[in-house]
Ligand binder design. Structure first.
Ligand SMILES: [Ca+2]
Ligand SMILES: [Ca+2]
Ligand SMILES: [Ca+2]
Length: 462
């Protein structure tokens, strides 16, 4: 990975610079002829450099003007050099420069989690995956730069909210007292503690394999020594049941999401939830969203988008051209949908996954993806359903990594801000030959590149 190679380069560069073979350097060994001098009090750096030079010592680098530290080189032996340094007025002390090594073993370095199954999570790293690992150097998710909680609403069949690797990252409506038959927070929904069950209009969330797996990819707790890591180590995942049945059920599920986000704005963050993404790993195959039979679906995505919610949507698990065959929702026209197809560890589109040069935005890993399943278990599953939560999770992680400029725009003008986020995501993909010409972007999600592109474009916003 990039991090490893960067560290190796640093170690090797130090070795080359001092003409010492990298493998022969010991921890704590002196760097030949170099030492560090500290002046007492605030000496002008120009004076310090001149005074040291007058003793035949060469200042290699000003290490810190605040601490008055200088890296100095000179004289044959360190003892001789130290003696010269102490003859300079104002020098408080001088000490040899030592080689210092990383203490952590490679798999415990910052940036990578300690979860025991992480070594099977090719989908999270650079190469075949989404390069979330590079973003984890900056943030592991949970809150934006303004300290606001980041919430992802998963609309699916059901969830095991007690799973050992999920429970800490499940959204909780703090204003609601469970199971008392009352709408304690007056948001229009009785006993909605973890989200909403649109199948039976209640706050009772039931368990299901599909939704539990989707949740784990978005936000299984990272670096907790258990199981796997999600795209976000920390995040709030809202449970919304209603991913099948009828359009009315789906509308009730998204309606809950819309109400909670509106309430969050209207209460200035005191109630409701700061939902930034939905995950929709469901739909209607071969249905034409643009032909007038499905206006409700497109309207829901539009309304969510204007509130700053992007919807990651899985396309069909068939090798069909959605531009021609249609699909709901990935063939719908709302710009606030990020439509996703399924890629493999071998950097190809999965054979049984939908595509479309106009309809399908990008690919994400969806073949043999390891994630959480009910009963504190873990399993590999394949499908566009497994690809899409990488995108929904990425949207949340990007909010955590996004600059102040982005966040300010998001809270004043959420629709255009999230469309800029989507554009950065499409511009930042890793191009793949099998996605070229059959997806909008021609590539697979790369979260780290998206963050770079978004933050550099946000720096130019007014
Ligand atoms: Ca309520
Ligand atoms: Ca209640
Ligand atoms: Ca874990």
């Amino acid at each position: 990975m990039k991090l490893f190679s960067a560290l190796l380069t640093i170690i090797l560069a130090v070795g080359a610079h001092t003409s010492v073979q990298a493998q022969t350097i010991r921890q704590g060994q002196n760097v030949t002829g170099e030492f560090i001098v500290r002046f007492q009090g605030a000496y002008n750096p120009q004076y310090a450099v001149a005074a040291l030079q007058a003793q035949g010592l060469q200042v290699k680098e000003v290490v810190s003007t605040t601490l008055n530290l200088y890296l100095v080189k000179g004289k044959a032996t360190t003892q001789e050099a130290l003696g010269s340094a102490y003859r300079v007025k104002g020098v408080s002390y001088a000490q040899p420069n030592h080689y210092v090594f990383l203490r952590a073993p490679l798999n415990l370095m910052r940036g990578l989690p300690n979860d025991p199954m992480f070594n099977q999570q090719w989908d999270m790293i650079e190469g075949s995956g989404i390069n979330a690992a590079a973003v984890w150097d900056i943030t592991t998710g949970g809150k934006d730069k303004g300290g606001r909680d980041i919430v992802v609403a998963v609309v699916d069949g059901g969830f095991d909210l007690t799973h050992e690797d999920l429970r800490e990252n499940i959204y909780v409506n703090r204003g609601e007292i469970p199971n008392n038959g009352k709408d304690d927070d007056a948001n229009g929904f009785i006993d909605d503690v973890y989200g909403w069950n649109a199948f039976n209009n209640s706050g009772n969330i039931t368990s299901d394999m599909h939704g539990t797996h989707v949740m784990g990819t978005i936000g299984a707790k990272g670096s907790n020594g258990r199981g796997v890591s999600g795209v976000n180590w920390n995040v709030k995942i809202m449970a919304v049941q209603g991913a099948s049945g009828t359009t009315a059920t789906v509308a009730k599920a998204y309606g809950y999401v819309i109400e909670q986000k509106k309430l969050w704005y209207n209460s200035k963050g005191q109630r409701g939830a700061n939902i930034v993404a939905t995950n929709s790993s469901f739909g209607v195959d071969n249905a034409d969203c643009k032909k007038g039979e499905f206006p409700v679906w497109n309207d829901l995505y539009e309304q969510m988008g204007q509130l700053g919610i992007l919807s990651a949507a899985a396309t069909a698990n068939n090798n069909v051209n959605v531009d021609q065959q249609g699909d709901v929702p990935t063939g719908c026209s709302s710009e606030y949908i990020v439509s996703v197809t399924n890629t493999t560890k071998e950097n190809a589109k999965y054979s049984q996954a939908g595509y479309g040069a106009r309809s399908i935005d990008l690919g994400a890993p969806g073949t043999n993806i390891l994630s959480t399943v009910p009963g504190n278990k873990y399993s590999n599953l394949t499908g566009t359903s497994m690809a899409t939560p990488h995108v929904a999770g990425a949207i949340a992680l990007i909010h955590a990594a996004a600059s102040e400029q982005f966040i300010q725009k998001y809270y004043t003008n959420p629709g255009p801000a999230v469309l800029a986020l989507k554009q950065a995501m499409l511009a930042g993909v890793d191009q793949l030959p099998s996605l070229k010409g059959v997806t909008v972007s021609g590539g697979r999600l790369n979260v780290a590149k998206t963050v770079q592109i978004l933050n550099s474009s946000a720096a130019r916003w007014r």
